[in-house]
Design a protein around this ligand. Sequence first.
Ligand SMILES: Cc1cc2nc3c(=O)[nH]c(=O)nc-3n(C[C@H](O)[C@H](O)[C@H](O)COP(=O)(O)O)c2cc1C
Length: 189
Amino acid sequence: MRELIEKTRSYRRFDQSTPLPREVLLDILDAARLTPSGANLQSIRYLPVTLPDEVAFVTENAKWAAYLSDWQGPSKDEAPTAWVLLLSPADTPAPGIDLGITAETILLYATSLGYGGCMFLSIDRPRIAERLHINGNMRIDLAIALGKPAETVCIKETERGEDLRYYRDELDRHIVPKLSLAQRLYKTE
Ligand SMILES: Cc1cc2nc3c(=O)[nH]c(=O)nc-3n(C[C@H](O)[C@H](O)[C@H](O)COP(=O)(O)O)c2cc1C
């Protein structure tokens, strides 16, 4: 489990020769539906996106890796091969904790199957909702890009005060700084 957690990074470049099959995605969502839900309301709805045109549209309408200012997002040959949109009723507050549990479970399971992905809050909701015919009663809370990763992502152990912005190194690896446990343990005065 520890190895799986370490491997479950945000991946933003994907291998086109191994698309994520829709039936595998549905199995991942079938597992995600078993996760905890406040008051057991289970209000999140899953919209799997696997049609190539629709996948490309969502990809183009997501804001990729804001810290990588010289990279505008994946080209066609490194794009995700599927997306999942997490939707909630528009007249209810976003179920933030349920969303987080669901999203990380999806990424953990995908990683365990040899796939991977990235969560997105920065997406063009109106454009995506229109293209995918999402009813105005529903709101897109979170989008998750998925596919077989085609990039190396490394954790860099980091101390307080160091830059927490991720970057790509000279070997084109994606480096993601993580604060040490000592920094993350809350100390009372
Ligand atoms: C709630 C949430 C929203 C995110 N939104 C975006 C996003 O819009 N675009 C993006 O490229 N990455 C997004 N990310 C990915 C983060 O940048 C990533 O989790 C962070 O850099 C740490 O990397 P790691 O996931 O490999 O630990 C999001 C992550 C979370 C948890």
